[in-house]
Design a protein around this ligand. Structure first.
Ligand code: NAP
Ligand code: MG
Length: 515
């Protein structure tokens, strides 16, 4: 029996010992740069003719690993084999399945800095952001293990005389797991482990920017005792193999986290009945955001300015929860925008391998080019207050950039940019600020800074987002503390890391016996 869940503590990098150990991990993993990572299907290693380099976004000349690419034939085979493996895995006792997660959490805790070092190298995370990502992965393993034990036990029912009724949850079947690159350990591990601990087998297609971390996690799950045919590891281009994975008649559900465009495509394809298919495919889709921080007239302006900067520029703005709109009451607009710009100009941009770096690179050239277009558009749609510079000489670096006086309907205030670009919007009053906040197709996170109780209560009722924060930043959801997921086109509100999550990978079965 495991004790109650509690969150994994963060590493204190102000301590010299912790810094030394982390430096050593960063050096250590370099020995493994350039290693090859094959596909893994049915417990067998499958080589591929096509290998893709995964590069360090802070030094795009540096290859951190070579990763086999699945083609459509391999992708189809992976679903077939996962379906065969399901027949055995679904009969393994839930407590035993949970124990493989607890063991994986223990292994990951022991090798925490090694995994965080890979996050620095492959995803361009700063030390602190990498440490948080690894801690969250540990949390997901611990949390979903306990959730599986809770949900797989018989659930309470009303009693009827003369009958024995039992209600329990059983797994679904083969799940396709398609995570994004921005939490390449935590989200990937959480999506995979939740499906697996519920008794399903999966095909894991990692994001093409961060497959090495995923490969190393799959290896860790095997070390923890997970049978090797439970996770099929199938890296490859989503555009190329995504459709065959989704369309396969043996696919039972899809767990997707990524952009709105790809998510909606998956929802549509999964809805079509394929020859031989015997169920309605379930789709869990967590998508993008255009998250706002609202600053009221009588808020703590120091705290609000710091919260905006942290939420907008942490991990170079590449979080679904990142603040990309600051909506500020007209009475304090000039003061807040100036403070935010001043704090932003102090951020250090550079290679996150150095501990003092605040803002690392963006993930790849496509992201860099997309952000460049928005910065150019911003110069027409607003007044440049800070940043605006870009440099892709060594890595994909974008200065934290702030535009003031942006119209709430401008592209800069409506599109998810997914980079370090913040739009500041002036609001006439608090009600106007909330109306602007709600006026995008998304509804993921948001914050309100105010010292007036009635305003906070108004926001509690009207600010339509899945995760709403008061007087704190809008990023940094913790497993078990802040179950996470968005409204509207931000997704299916699956609430990852919460008590409603695991049930989505199971179905309830009731057995009634006449006595
Ligand atoms: P993305 O481009 O949609 O990619 C996500 C995943 O989908 C990748 O593994 C990608 O593979 C795959 N994919 C691409 N095309 C596909 C297709 N046609 N069929 C099936 N799969 C396909 O998103 P991203 O750029 O990785 O991630 C950023 C997005 O994720 C942002 O919109 C962000 O807000 C969102 N996000 C949301 C949450 C949340 O909890 N709501 C959390 C994190 C991120 P390739 O890499 O091979 O293209
Ligand atoms: Mg992408």
């Amino acid at each position: 029996m495991m004790g109650a869940f509690s969150n994994e503590p963060m590493t204190d990098f102000s301590l010299a010992d912790n810094r030394r150990v982390f430096e050593a991990a960063l050096t250590d993993i370099k020995r493994l740069y350039g290693n090859s990572y094959p596909l893994q299907i049915g417990g067998r290693t499958v080589q591929s003719e096509s290998m893709r380099p995964s590069v360090n976004p802070a030094r795009h000349g540096e290859t951190v690993g070579l990763v086999a690419q699945a083609d459509r034939k391999r992708a189809t085979e992976a679903v077939d084999i996962a379906a065969a493996a399901f027949e055995r895995w679904k009969r393994v006792a839930p407590a035993a399945r949970a124990r493989t997660l607890y063991k994986a959490a223990a292994l990951l805790r022991r090798r925490k800095h090694e995994f965080s070092a890979w996050l620095v190298a492959e995803a361009g995370k700063t030390w602190v952001e990498a440490d948080v990502d690894t801690a969250e992965a540990i949390d997901f393993l611990e949390y979903y293990g306990r959730e599986a034990e809770r949900l797989c036990a018989p659930q309470p029912l009303v009693r009827l005389a003369g009958e024995d009724n039992e209600w329990s949850y059983v797994p679904l079947g083969v799940g396709i797991i398609i995570p994004p690159w921005n939490f390449p350990l935590a989200i990937m591990a959480g999506m995979t482990a939740s499906a697996v601990v519920a008794g399903n087998t999966v095909v894991l297609k990692p994001a093409s920017a961060t497959p090495v971390i995923a490969a190393r996690f799959v290896q860790l799950m095997h070390e923890a005792g997970l049978p090797e045919d439970v996770i099929q590891f199938v890296p490859g281009s989503g555009g190329e193999i995504g459709d065959v994975l989704i369309d396969h008649p043996l696919t039972r559900f899809v767990s997707f986290t990524g952009s709105m465009e790809v998510g909606l495509r998956i929802v549509e394809r999964a809805a079509r009945l394929q020859p031989g298919q015997r169920w309605i495919k379930r789709v869990i889709a967590e998508l993008g955001g255009k998250d706002a921080i609202v600053v009221d007239r009588d808020a703590d302006l120091t705290a609000a300015s710091q919260g905006i900067v942290q939420s907008a520029f942490g991990y170079a703005g590449q979080k679904c929860s990142a603040c990309s709109r600051a909506i500020i009451h007209a009475d304090v607009y000039d003061e807040v925008t100036e403070r935010v710009a001043a704090l932003t100009r102090r951020l250090s941009i550079g290679d996150p391998v150095l501990q003092g770096t605040d803002v690392g690179p963006v993930i790849d050239r496509a992201a860099y080019n997309k952000i460049r277009q928005y910065v150019a558009a911003g110069k027409k749609e607003g007044r440049l207050l800070a940043g605006g510079g870009m440099d892709d000489g060594a890595g994909y670096f974008v200065e934290p950039t702030i535009f003031a006086d942006v119209d709430s309907q401008a592209t800069l205030a409506q599109d998810e940019i997914f980079g370090p670009v913040l739009a500041c919007i002036r609001a006439d009053d608090f009600g106007h600020a909330l109306a602007i906040a709600n006026d995008t197709p998304y509804g993921l996170t948001g914050s309100v800074y105010s010292n007036r109780r009635e305003r906070l209560e108004l926001a509690r009722e009207l600010f339509h987002v899945g995760n709403l924060y008061f007087n704190r930043k809008c990023t940094g959801a913790l497993v078990g503390v802040h179950p996470f997921g968005g409204f509207n086109l931000s997704g299916t509100d699956s609430k990852a890391g919460g008590p409603d999550y695991l049930i989505q990978f199971m179905q309830g079965k009731v057995v009634s016996e006449k006595m």
